[in-house]
Design a protein around this ligand. Structure first.
Ligand SMILES: [Zn+2]
Length: 92
C-alpha cells in the first residue's frame, strides 16, 4: 500500500529536475574565452578566469593585498588615536 504512489511521485520529480545543459561561450575581461556547458541559454561574461586568476598564473597580487591590510591597520591605529584625542578634548 502506498508503494505505487511513491514510485509515481519520484518519476514525476525526476522529470522536473532534469536540466537542459547548453554549450555557452564564456568571455573573460582578460580577453580569454572558452566554451562550457551551462543551464544558461546565453553567453556569459566573467571578470576572472583560470587564465588570468592569480592563483593559476602565480602572479604576485598578494603584495597589493598586504599593502591594503597595512593601510587598514594604519587607518585603524590613527582612528583609535583620534578617538582617544577626541575624548581627551571633550565633545560639546
Ligand atoms: Zn581571464
Amino acid at each position: 500500500m502506498g508503494r505505487g504512489g511513491i514510485r509515481n511521485k519520484v518519476n514525476t520529480m525526476q522529470k522536473e529536475i532534469h536540466p537542459s545543459f547548453n554549450p555557452i561561450k564564456v568571455s573573460c575581461s582578460c580577453g580569454n574565452s572558452f566554451e562550457t556547458f551551462s543551464t544558461l541559454d546565453h553567453d556569459l561574461a566573467i571578470e576572472v578566469c583560470s587564465s588570468c586568476h592569480p592563483f593559476y598564473t602565480g602572479k604576485q597580487k598578494l603584495v597589493d593585498t598586504e599593502r591594503r591590510v597595512d593601510g587598514f591597520m594604519k587607518k585603524y591605529g590613527s582612528f583609535s588615536k583620534m578617538a582617544k584625542k577626541g575624548k581627551a578634548e571633550g565633545q560639546g
